[in-house]
Design a protein. Structure first.
Length: 94
């Protein structure tokens, strides 16, 4: 499995936008390019513990994740498409 980092340039090229970062309460994901292909959103902490997972039968262009109950720290957001592509982004919860 190869994860592609979502640097600023990669986010623009892929059409995926994850904001705000750092996040306090609501994390917004705008994946208009993958609106019919995005199958899973997963948030893990740096020790590999799964904090949040959402699987989709179909996906709207935008989705918000409630981060208010998650402790402050660094996390990895993984987005998976129906074609098997995986994108990851580092997030800071403050």
């Amino acid at each position: 499995m190869v994860l592609k980092p979502l640097a600023v340039e990669d986010v623009l090229k892929s059409g995926i936008s994850v904001y705000p970062n750092p996040v306090t309460n609501l994390l917004n994901i705008d994946a208009s390019v993958f609106s019919s292909q995005l199958k899973e959103i997963k948030l893990i902490d740096l020790s590999g513990r799964e904090m949040f997972t959402k699987n989709f039968g179909s996906f709207t262009e935008r989705y918000s994740v409630d981060m208010s109950e998650i402790s402050d720290g660094s996390y990895i957001l993984i987005l998976k498409t129906s074609s098997g592509e995986r994108f990851s982004s580092t997030l800071i919860k403050s």
